[in-house]
Structure formats: structure tokens, C-alpha cells
Design a protein around this ligand. Structure first.
Ligand code: DGY
Length: 329
């Protein structure tokens, strides 16, 4: 029988073509709700489902699923209960590597955009309120010489460090907050002597810009809560290009309102696409609609990787980018 793929939301080429070359493809006309997706996964009509990060693939859905695999169109896979998938003999794939630089660009953009008040400045011009050069119009802060604290030190954090060093920032990192693990000189590689590891508490207290680059899991959910925000400098800025629930968004709104911290640059939100009440009204924020990986070449590569993962799983091979491994029968 031909391979059969369920695609929950149309993906760019060459993704759909690669899937069509390998079997039958069903692209849903609109993103499915949880129950509809669960029913489709349980139908036995599909070998592999190609999911987006808003598709919740949890243990109850997987318990009833008749699938060989789930191929996520994302590097993050917090939407999938990977443990439950493994127990059910269902392979999971993701799209690592291809969105590293694009996402680090967005982190840098948020650092610069918050520091130099780009949203306020743009609005002022559009509102016809730019009346000519003024010595004290929209004064921001310097990025060069400022301390960038990286929570996490994986691919995207490193790519952000590379950019920040180019802007003359001092870069500190805590590799696996809230816990610590020592990173050796060998592991630091090109960054040896250029960036410095500090404990998470010190990172929080010393950062002028605290940028989050950790996966979302039970340890990092609400990693940045009211207590952490209270330990940040009053002129610090929080940057999040990772996952929204790493930050307690209501606590962040309070902290921004009360001057506990000075600003936030966010590409992700706790309950996407909703924003915490009050967040959108705060002038000291730059808010983006989860566009870290949103360039034409990157989304095309993500489509390719997610499709080759799906085809490999459907054909009984290990996907090139596996998230889990199944015990041999
Ligand atoms: C990912 O891949 O995890 C991003 O959040 C979306 O591209």
C-alpha cells in the first residue's frame, strides 16, 4: 500500500512535492482542533502526520493513534509528548540546524529594537509627530559594552553570542538553567576566552539583556517568574525567542508596568496567539508574531527536512533528524 501522509497545515516547497513523490498526501484546509486531529491520527488512514508547533500531540492522542510517526515542522517539539510516542513505537522527527542563524538574527533585532526604541520611533514618525531633529528625542541605550546574558548555550544561543560579540557586547551564559553544568574550554570552541559561564542567579543579576535560549520542558516552564524578574536590574531588558511559557507573562507585565525591569523583546508568548492582558499596551516592548525562522530559504529548508523525515519514517527507515529512538524488536 502507498505511503500516506497527513499534513495539518500546508508547508512550502519542496516539502509537499517530496511527500507527493513518496505517497498520498492530505493537506488539511485549515489547522485542525485537538479532537479532529486525534480522530485523524486514530483513523489508520495515515502513516505519518506532519505537524506544526500549535498541534498538540499528547499522551491520550498518541494512545489511540495508528501512526508510524510524527514529523514536526519545527526544531522545538514541546507540542509532542515524546516519551509517550516512544512507548507507543511512534517515531518523532524535527528540523534542527536550518533556523539557527535566522532565529539569532531575530534575537539581535529584539536586542537592538528594544535598546533603541524602534517601535516607539516608528509610531512617532507614522503619527506625523516627527517635527525635526531634537537633542533628546527618543533616547535609548547603548548595546556596545552592555552585558548580554544567554540562558542556554546551544546552537541559537551561540549564534546570538557571535552576533553580540560583533556589536561589542560582553557575553555571559548559563548553559542549562535553572541548573548548572560546567562547559569545558573544548566545548566552548570558538568562544573560548570570549564568553564566560556564570551561575544562573549571577546571570539574572548581571545581565543588561537577558536572552532565553532553552527548550521548553517541565524544568524551564516559568523559568523567568516574578522572583527572577525581581532579581534583574531595573534597567534590564528581557529577550525571548525560545518558547513563551518559559516566561510567566502576567508577572512580566507587572514587572514592566512597575519598573522592575525596563523592557522586553518577545517573539513568543505564553498562550500564543493570545497576549497577557496589558502586554500590548506597554510602550517598552517589541512584540513579534513568532517569526524567528520566517525567511523564505529557512522555511523551505524546514519543509524539506520535515518531508524527508516523514518519508523515511513511512518507509520504515530512521529519519535523518530523529527526536526519539525505538528499542529494536
Ligand atoms: C521552531 O522551529 O521551534 C520555531 O519556534 C519555529 O520555527
Amino acid at each position: 500500500m502507498a505511503n500516506s501522509f497527513l499534513v495539518t497545515t500546508a508547508i512550502p516547497e519542496p516539502g509537499l512535492q517530496l511527500l507527493s513523490d513518496a505517497g498520498r498526501v492530505t493537506v488539511l484546509p485549515e489547522p485542525p482542533g485537538y479532537d479532529a486531529l486525534a480522530a485523524l491520527c486514530a483513523s489508520g488512514d495515515y502513516d505519518v502526520v506532519l505537524t506544526q508547533l500549535r498541534d498538540v500531540i499528547d499522551a491520550p492522542l498518541l494512545a489511540a493513534a495508528r501512526l508510524k510517526g510524527v514529523s514536526n515542522f519545527a526544531v522545538g517539539y514541546n507540542n509532542i509528548d515524546v516519551g509517550a510516542a516512544t512507548r507507543r513505537g511512534i517515531l518523532v522527527g524535527n528540523t534542527p540546524g536550518v533556523l539557527t542563524d535566522a532565529t539569532a538574527d531575530i534575537a539581535m533585532l529584539l536586542i537592538l529594537g528594544t535598546a533603541r526604541r524602534v517601535v516607539e520611533a516608528d509610531r512617532l514618525v507614522r503619527d506625523g509627530k516627527f517635527l525635526g531633529w531634537e537633542p533628546e528625542l527618543l533616547l535609548g541605550r547603548d548595546v556596545s559594552g552592555a552585558v548580554l546574558g544567554l540562558a542556554g548555550f546551544g546552537r541559537i544561543a551561540r549564534a546570538t553570542a557571535r552576533r553580540a560579540l560583533g556589536f561589542g557586547m560582553e557575553v555571559l551564559f548559563a548553559p542549562r538553567p535553572p541548573g548548572d553544568r560546567p562547559v569545558s574550554e573544548a566545548e566552548l570552541g570558538e568562544f573560548a576566552g570570549k564568553v564566560r559561564q556564570v551561575p544562573w542567579d549571577e546571570l539574572v543579576a548581571r545581565s543588561d539583556f537577558l536572552s532565553l535560549h532553552v527548550p521548553l520542558n517541565y524544568q524551564t516552564r516559568h523559568l523567568v517568574d516574578a522572583a527572577v524578574l525581581a532579581r534583574m536590574k531595573p534597567d534590564a531588558i528581557l529577550i525571548n525567542t525560545a518558547r513563551g511559557p518559559i516566561v510567566h507573562e502576567d508577572a512580566l507585565v507587572d514587572a514592566l508596568r512597575n519598573g522592575t525591569i525596563a523592557g522586553a523583546g518577545l517573539d513568543v508568548f505564553e498562550d500564543e496567539p493570545k497576549l497577557a492582558p496589558g502586554l500590548a499596551e506597554l510602550p517598552n516592548t517589541v512584540l513579534l508574531p513568532h517569526v524567528g525562522s520566517a525567511t523564505v530559504p529557512v522555511r523551505s529548508e524546514m519543509a524539506r527536512l520535515s518531508a524527508v523525515n516523514a518519508v523515511a519514517i513511512a518507509e520504515g527507515r530512521t529519519p535523518p533528524h530523529p527526536v526519539n529512538h525505538l528499542a529494536k524488536a
